[in-house]
Ligand binder design. Structure first.
Ligand code: OAD
Length: 252
């Protein structure tokens, strides 16, 4: 296993922490084989989000948008959580309050077994009605014959947040309240460029949290974070759990 040094400052903060939050982005699932959005192999390098991930695109060509989401759903349906996801399940046991706030729509935290996951951008495995927002399970959608809502006859769409749309306001408010009152905040696998998710890390540190970024590449957050560790989430997080276990033994 690769050697990772844990700073005294981080260990001290973890020892006293009652409330820990992990904000995750697409890099969290990279080791599972889910493509990220930005960067050279990112989805937004190959596809145009204007054509696929906003409401006008859907109204203009719902078949194309559903074809793309069916493809993503199929891809995501075939992958498994990675060691990083499972490490976050184990990490729950070490703190009275532990929450994952994710920008990911891939359901992999839940599949791994994490019990406290806040989905900022929805879930690609669910559908919802365009008009009345009723939520339906994510059964396969025939893009040539897009179903209608049984209640209001609105068109069925993926239950994800598209560009130009507001995040679910109750979810965002919970995330902001958490970020404002947390001891240690980990920002994992995100380019920290998409708002309002990106602001949560700044909010956390601004309110006194110790802010740790985990990302193989530097991001706009790197200089602001207390520590920015340039390593994959699937490598760092299992190592973090070993460290948490050591801390628990020393403090018992
Ligand atoms: P991005 O694609 O913008 O960023 C992914 C980040 O993951 C990059 O900074 C990579 O360096 C990093 N990364 C790659 N492999 C990694 C690994 N093994 N471990 C840790 N980090 C790794 O994805 P997000 O920041 O999640 O929005 O993007 C935010 C939002 O933009 C997404 O939720 C999506 C997208 O448009 C919606 O779908 C609404």
């Amino acid at each position: 296993m690769e050697t990772i040094e844990f700073s005294e400052r981080l260990i001290e903060r973890l020892k006293g922490a009652t409330n820990v939050v992990v904000l995750t982005g697409a890099g969290m699932s990279a080791a599972s084989g889910v493509p990220t959005f930005r960067g050279k192999d990112g989805l937004w390098n190959k596809f145009n989000p204007q054509e696929l991930a906003n409401v006008d695109a859907f109204l203009n060509d719902p078949k194309l948008v559903w074809e793309w989401y069916n493809w993503r759903r199929e891809l995501i349906g075939k992958v498994q959580p990675n060691l990083g996801h499972y490490a976050l399940v184990d990490a729950e046991a070490y703190f009275p309050e532990f929450m994952i706030i994710t920008q990911n729509v891939d359901n992999l935290h839940q599949l791994a077994g994490s019990s406290n996951v806040l989905e900022l951008h929805g879930n690609v495995m669910r559908n919802k009605c365009m008009d009345c927002a009723a939520v339906y399970n994510g059964k396969h959608i025939d893009h040539n014959n897009i179903p209608r809502c049984p209640d209001c006859n609105g068109m069925i769409r993926p239950d994800v947040v598209w560009f130009g749309e507001l995040l679910p306001q109750d979810v965002l408010q919970t995330a902001q309240a958490k970020a404002a009152a947390v001891d240690v905040f980990f920002t994992v696998g995100t380019s920290s460029t998409v708002e309002p998710a990106a602001s949560l890390s700044y909010m956390a540190k601004g309110n006194g949290a110790y802010l740790v970024e985990i990302n193989p590449e530097p991001t706009p957050l790197s200089d602001y974070a207390d520590e920015s560790i340039h390593i994959g989430a699937d490598v760092y997080l299992p190592r973090l759990v070993i460290e948490l276990d050591k801390i628990k033994r020393w403090t018992m």
